[in-house]
Design a protein around this ligand. Structure first.
Ligand code: GLN
Length: 249
């Protein structure tokens, strides 16, 4: 059992949105919390059960059919909206981000989203132009994060509403794929959407710490486990940034 101050992390429907290993984001959050002496508990939400009260909710990527199903599940009794209103933060990757916008598309047409992020996913890229590959993005200056790295694999293109804050400006790759200024993702309060798989938090520990900080306030100093996690992330980032011909900045 975890104590009252445990960080509670929910992985939402890994059996439906687990295609790209985004559930690994939970392992990263737990390891970084524990390396700081914080208790952390990962809860997998499956089937049609109600959402437990958690600090961080994780949504991953997946195929169109499961994506539509998860959108329906999370709309029931305003589950996701209530979790956010109760102070939960959310990291939503790819299909997960698309679900949190106002609408997304699949082969059967437009599907209503949950309108928790100021975006909508529009006419997909032609099949031969599916966005697949490494992404590097300069984090939006309002977020004060280092460069973001990850891997994308999507057909949907996501348009931001006027004034919406993107997660970052794309230096390599496609990202949201709409408009002249290429951007990836969108951030609204404590809800973060991105096209970056990876899992994204393993490659971008500063983003992981931002989510943990939203949960617990000031993060305590870490022990040697945190040093090792940071070193591993740094090596993985360096490889990708080098491949992209970019520096860490
Ligand atoms: N089915 C969606 C798309 O192709 C999401 C894919 C994903 O989650 N990687 O746009």
């Amino acid at each position: 059992m975890s104590g009252p101050s445990a960080v509670r992390i929910a992985v939402l429907y890994p059996e439906l949105l687990g295609t790209y290993g985004d559930g690994g984001n939970a392992a990263v959050l737990r390891a970084r919390a524990q390396a700081r002496g914080l208790e952390a508990e990962v809860v997998e939400v499956v089937g049609s059960e109600a959402l437990p009260r958690c600090d961080v909710y994780l949504l991953g990527g997946g195929e169109d059919g499961p994506q539509r199903h998860v959108a329906r599940l999370l709309a029931q009794e305003d589950r996701m909206a209530r979790a956010v209103a109760a102070g939960g933060s959310v990291l939503a990757v790819c299909a997960g981000m698309q679900i949190l916008g106002s609408a997304f598309r699949d082969v059967d047409g437009s599907v209503p989203g949950l309108s928790l992020l100021p975006c909508r996913t529009v006419e997909p890229l032609p099949a031969e132009r599916r966005a697949v590959g490494e992404v590097v993005a300069e984090a939006d200056p309002r977020l004060d994060l280092p460069r973001l790295v990850g891997f994308e694999n999507h057909g949907g293109r996501t348009a931001l509403d006027d004034g919406a804050v993107p997660l970052g400006r794309v230096l390599r790759g496609t990202g949201n794929g709409v408009g002249q200024d290429a951007v990836d993702g969108v951030v609204a309060g404590r809800v973060v959407g991105t096209y970056l798989h990876g899992p994204v938090l393993a490659l971008n520990p500063a983003l992981a710490d931002r989510l943990l900080g939203w949960a617990v306030g000031d993060l305590p100093e870490g022990d040697e486990r945190l040093v090792r996690l940071d070193e591993a992330a740094e090596q993985a980032r360096a490889v990708r940034l080098r491949m992209a011909g970019l520096a860490a900045a």
